[in-house]
Design a protein around this ligand. Structure first.
Ligand code: GLP
Length: 233
């Protein structure tokens, strides 16, 4: 089921999603307080890109307790020469270095080998997503199987072009990445999709109301039972 929220601006969208993250962090703590025998962590899947920057800023300002949180990032470039543009660097600068998360609880898809018989980032409490201009989520490009697992992928020309704004030139953009698959993303208990800007309007509409097809990877979200969409233009 999709619950669609139009926000008046980027700040309102970032605040609204920060409320959901805060609620999830508190939910587990309250649960821990009411039950002395078992204390579970809050498990999140986190995105990069320009869209979640305001959210991360808001979360840092709220000074929340992340000591029991576990995070799995959606994706990472496969190129170890791009340190400053790596998604690990992005996450560290925008979120991790400002919060009290245990660094042993921060995971990236290249850590997949740690769980040989378990899917990376499976069954998390809350998965946050952005959407690419071609409908990709994480780096699951158009044509990705709805059954896809975490794996190495080639980026499309469109994505390389879109992401070139973060690099000195288009030739510096990595052409390969490792991405969480659509299957583990869909195993999340709750999913929040964020989209910011007029240029995302058409693809968002296609993903939310159009045909459910592997040509528009985000359209798979229509089949999930608990998706909140927050967008603004
Ligand atoms: C990249 C990331 C995606 C992200 C997308 C949108 O391709 N792999 O996870 O959703 O960019 O980025 P932006 O938020 O900058 O539009």
């Amino acid at each position: 089921m999709l619950e669609i929220n139009k926000c008046k601006d980027y700040q309102e969208m970032s605040d609204a999603v920060a409320d959901k993250v805060e609620k999830q962090l508190l939910k587990k703590s309250e649960y821990c307080l009411s039950d002395n025998t078992w204390c579970d962590d809050s498990r999140f899947i986190l995105p990069t890109g320009s869209t979640p920057i305001g959210l991360y800023k808001e979360l840092v300002n709220r000074d929340l307790d992340w000591s029991d949180a576990i995070t799995y990032n959606l994706d990472e470039y496969l190129d170890n020469t791009i340190h400053e543009q790596s998604y690990f660097h992005f996450m560290n600068e925008n979120l991790f270095k400002h919060i009290n998360i245990d660094e042993d609880n921060i995971w990236f898809p290249y850590d997949i080998a740690v769980w040989p018989d378990k899917e990376y980032g499976e069954n998390v409490d809350l998965c946050l997503l952005g959407i690419g201009s071609n409908g990709h989520i994480a780096f699951n490009e158009p044509g990705s199987s709805f059954e896809s697992k975490t794996r190495v992928v080639d980026l499309t020309e469109q994505t390389i072009q879109d992401n070139s704004r973060f690099f000195p030139s288009i030739d510096d953009v990595p052409t390969k990445a490792i991405t969480m698959g659509l299957k583990p993303i869909m195993s999340s208990k709750k999913i929040i999709l964020m989209a910011n800007g007029k240029h995302k309007k058409d693809i968002l509409h296609k993903a939310l109301y159009g045909e459910i097809t592997e040509d528009v990877p985000a359209s798979i979200l229509q089949t999930h039972t608990n998706v909140g969409v927050f967008y603004c233009d």
